[in-house]
Design a protein around this ligand. Structure first.
Ligand code: FES
Length: 113
């Protein structure tokens, strides 16, 4: 790995890991998993797959149990909402969900954190 700009962070060498099946995700239920010790949640939104931190930054709610409407995720515990495109919390813009890379291979959902 190298870069010409020391302010640019180059992608990690971590591997993608399987977190679930595409058929499970397409059934409408988000997928939750642990990757490299981090809880992640994966959502199917408009034929796109989005992986975020799996734990709500408000009070640790399980985001894979949240509801998605449009591109907004609602935490199941206290109803705070997160924009899945930016990760920014609509209720407290100081809070942002980490987003992770997603790859689909056959029926496998793979995430790299
Ligand atoms: S834990 Fe998610 S809104 Fe409170």
């Amino acid at each position: 790995m190298s870069t010409q700009d020391s302010n640019v962070l180059i992608a990690t060498s971590r591997a993608f890991q399987r977190v679930g099946s595409l058929s499970e995700l397409r059934s409408g239920k988000p997928v939750g998993a642990i990757v490299e010790g981090k809880e992640v949640a994966v959502f199917a939104v408009d034929e796109e797959f989005i992986a975020t931190a799996g734990i709500c930054p408000h009070a640790d709610g399980p985001l894979h149990e949240g509801e998605v409407e449009g591109r907004l995720l609602t935490c199941p515990w206290h109803g705070w909402q997160f924009n899945l495109d930016s990760g920014i919390c609509e209720d407290d813009p100081c809070l942002t969900l980490a987003r992770y890379e997603v790859r689909i291979e056959g029926d496998d959902i793979l995430v790299r954190v």
